[in-house]
Design a protein around this ligand. Structure first.
Ligand code: AMP
Length: 325
């Protein structure tokens, strides 16, 4: 896997060196949580990257920064970081004084038949990438401390989630909204950056923030791609060399739509065109759609600004991609 490591920004190097000393970890999360196995070693600590594992530590960190008038930028992730994630960090750094990345493979957004157990994880590599990118704090919640065992409150967006990935992955966006809301409450960011790569996700998060008055500005960052056009994804690691070639079909199908002029072509024709490219590449369609960018409703005639989205299986791996036309 090719990973672009961005070096620390020069202005950050001017800041006084932050020193973190080795300290024993303990559960400072005062929420009722199931017993957490006590760590055998001390928390990983480095000179320039703060690593926190407990919600109340993170909130204390955020409150202290807000008292100093600092703006907090936030990039929620499921880890196994790649250059796409790091481009979100860079965007957050442009819009905030300090940046927190969270790394948490959120069980509630995976269906029972999905890849929660197999989802790639590499904490050490993720921390190194965050360190090199000049991230200020990584929130690494312990898997068993995020949800109380009898948790019974969820956030369910009721319109935008009904099609596309929401239709194909029942419960997925309930899990996403709930974890993002929890993370916003814990991290208290002023801005949060999400990728256009997950177009439906960022659209739903914007709706949640609007409808529930979260005091967070949402920024959408463009999709970072490999040189041959494949959208970067943690799941690309699953692909065999042959599947990696076949996966190019998603971007090729989207690019085949070219520039949408004033003619407002029939969506059905463009969908057929994408479908045939997907099939030629040996991919199995999960859905192909062209939608209104705000309502996510499918359109009959395509205009500039509409969004084409594809989800397709490449072997067992489900990949998604999209393009704003
Ligand atoms: P994930 O770790 O897959 O949950 O993704 C965390 C964030 O990174 C989400 O906001 C994604 O949309 C974003 N992201 C994932 N892949 C890319 C990419 N290739 N380019 C830009 N952002 C991405």
């Amino acid at each position: 896997m090719k990973i672009m490591v961005k070096h620390q920004r020069p202005e950050r190097e001017q800041q006084p060196e932050k020193k973190f000393i080795l300290r024993k970890s303990g559960d400072t999360n005062r929420q009722a949580v199931p017993a957490v196995p006590s760590p055998a070693t001390t928390e990983p600590v480095c000179q320039d990257l703060k690593i926190l594992r407990f919600a109340c530590e993170v909130t204390e960190w955020a409150r202290a920064l807000h008292r100093e008038g600092k703006r907090i930028g936030f990039v929620p992730t499921m880890g196994y970081l790649h250059a796409g994630h790091l481009s979100l960090v860079e965007e957050a750094q442009k819009n905030a004084d300090v940046v927190c990345v969270s790394i948490f493979v959120n069980p509630t957004q995976f269906g029972p038949e999905e890849d929660f157990e197999q989802y790639p994880r590499n904490e050490e590599q993720d921390l190194q990438l965050c360190r090199a990118a000049g991230v200020d704090m990584v929130y690494l919640p312990r898997p068993d401390s995020m949800y109380a065992s009898d948790a019974s409150v969820y956030i369910f967006e009721n319109k935008l989630q009904s099609g596309l990935c929401g239709a194909r992955r029942p419960g997925h966006f309930r899990g996403v909204c709930t974890i993002v809301a929890k993370l916003f409450n814990i991290v208290q960011p002023d801005i949060a950056v999400f990728g256009q790569k997950d177009y439906q996700q960022v659209t739903i998060i914007r709706r949640m923030v609007r409808d529930l008055n979260f005091p967070v500005e949402i920024i959408t960052a463009p999709t970072l791609r490999e040189p041959d056009g494949l959208a970067m994804s943690s799941r690309n690691i699953y692909l065999s060399p042959e599947e990696r070639q076949a996966a190019l079909g998603l971007n090729r199908a989207l690019m085949s739509l070219g520039t949408i002029g004033v003619g407002h072509p029939a969506a059905e024709l463009l969908l057929e065109q994408m479908r045939s490219i997907i099939t030629q590449h040996g991919l199995v369609e999960d859905y192909i759609a062209i939608v209104d960018p705000d309502t996510l409703k499918t359109v009959s005639n395509v205009q500039r600004g509409h969004v084409a989205l594809i989800a397709a299986f490449c072997g067992k791996t489900r990949l998604i991609d999209n393009r704003i036309l």
